[in-house]
Design a protein around this ligand. Sequence first.
Ligand SMILES: NC(=O)c1ccc[n+]([C@@H]2O[C@H](COP(=O)([O-])OP(=O)(O)OC[C@H]3O[C@@H](n4cnc5c(N)ncnc54)[C@H](O)[C@@H]3O)[C@@H](O)[C@H]2O)c1
Length: 332
Amino acid sequence: MTDYHNMQGKEVLITGGVGFIGSNLARRLVMFGAKVTLVDSLIPLYGGNLHNIKDIKDQVTVNISDVRDPFAMAYLIQGKDYLFNLAGQTSHLDSMTNPQADIDINAAAQLSILEACRQHNQKIKIVFASTRQLYGKPEYLPVDEAHPIRPVDVNGINKLAGEWYHLLYNNVYGIRACALRLTNTYGPGMRVKDARQTFLGIWIRNIIEGKPILVFGDGLQLRDFNYVDDVVDALLMAALDAKADGQVFNLGSKEVVSLNQLAQMLSELRPESSYEIVPFPPERKVIDIGDYYSNYDKFQTALGWQPTIDLKQGLAASLGYYEKNSAYYWEP
Ligand SMILES: NC(=O)c1ccc[n+]([C@@H]2O[C@H](COP(=O)([O-])OP(=O)(O)OC[C@H]3O[C@@H](n4cnc5c(N)ncnc54)[C@H](O)[C@@H]3O)[C@@H](O)[C@H]2O)c1
């Protein structure tokens, strides 16, 4: 088992650290005594939210800057033991309407971060947050790492480039890096004010506001979900274990549900909620990947990771969090 206490006293940089996954990771790192610096641009369209770090703000250093600024990154990277590289433009739809911003953040800035490491800190270990989106529409299920790569949107292409820059710098320059291909991640701290990032976010908001949740298509699409604490475990294991270096791993869950089943689970947790099945908006339909769930055997076998929080438990925790904290995540 990975001993997270090995993070004690370590200098850690998290890009996108005020976002959903970054802030949850920061909280855990603080718990294990790491010296944590968060870099985040807090661009309102993206998922950064200072409320995410309210409880740890005095125990971390927050640097509001943009990963597209090579001077800021060259400075911030110095002296760090670990980089969790999580900053990203994460909206698939936005990547189609504003592809340039997506390539600048998800590809070009990634290359310049790695260049900063090559020039200023070759001893750093990097974990990159990649995505299942780069597989596109699955040819078979569950999708393993050998599945063909056929992104269906601009975001998938740019994240793939970002991922491969990391592997290249590992292979060519020996800067230890690995990538985790995350599937749908949810939990406290995710963006719920709109459907920019995940439909589950807006579903949670609608339930709390007493509005029906909208299920697109026929609701039969299959998905797997990871609660954020399990993803934090995965990120820490990948950082601390040399077996991850130069590798790409899927994350995933044994619990696979249709969107209808997910809506049903939420209505069991909040009986006053309701859902409606509506036609797919055309701009979403063209980039939809159909059914998806991962095979994460490679990561489980190599590093021993497996998710521990079941969907119902995670959904209950998420609903409870947003019921208490809604004022910080959307304006009524
Ligand atoms: N949440 C998921 O389901 C999921 C799935 C697959 C991959 N991922 C990847 O995980 C990473 C974290 O995602 P998240 O869900 O926490 O999203 P998030 O939007 O909450 O976090 C990303 C953070 O990056 C910051 N950011 C964006 N552009 C920036 C820039 N130019 N400079 C500095 N900071 C910038 C945002 O402000 C935000 O705080 C992303 O790279 C995403 O692609 C997430």
